[in-house]
Design a protein. Structure first.
Length: 164
């Protein structure tokens, strides 16, 4: 009888402990004799996966003093601007995958950028960012090259999305 009671209490305790952990904590918990899982993700994704709502802030101040929107507010409008083209290729499924991979590579290194993978016959292309000025796009292109995220990239005129 004592063994059954001990088993029930230990199962109940482990169930409470498991429910108190977040999904990511449970996933990355180290267990003797098993492999380990390492999760690299943005805190916003972590909060989304774990069901934690984070209050949206309207702006973030960078180290250089510039204020950039962290949660876009206001109306989104289309305007003439610039994007950085990080991939352009053929029309095959492999080219589509390469374009998507290029966009993922850039957005992983720079989450503030949005990637746009499109097919403009006969080529797949991937462009990133929504820059109002050529100078702003040029500065970010330098950051991409310095971080060795892209080798061949160019700045192109494009319709961009900006927030009012």
């Amino acid at each position: 009888m004592n063994k059954i009671l001990l088993i029930i209490i230990s199962l109940w305790t482990s169930a409470i402990t498991m429910s108190a952990q977040s999904f990511t904590d449970h996933l990355t918990h180290k267990v003797e004799g098993q492999g380990t899982v390492t999760v690299h993700q943005d805190s916003l994704i972590n909060n989304l996966v774990n069901g934690k709502a984070k209050a949206a802030t309207s702006a973030e101040t960078k180290e250089d003093g510039n204020v950039t929107p962290s949660a876009h507010t206001g109306k989104k409008i289309k305007a003439r601007g610039y994007r950085i083209q990080v991939f352009w290729g053929g029309s095959t499924t492999n080219d589509k995958a390469k374009a998507q991979h290029a966009g993922l590579k850039v957005t992983s290194a720079f989450p503030e950028l949005q990637a746009y993978t499109t097919f403009e016959s006969p080529n797949w292309r991937c462009r990133v960012g929504d820059f109002v000025s050529h100078h702003e796009a040029s500065d970010f292109l330098d950051k991409l090259k310095d971080a060795r995220v892209v080798n061949n990239a160019i700045i192109v005129k494009s319709e961009v999305l900006i927030y009012q």
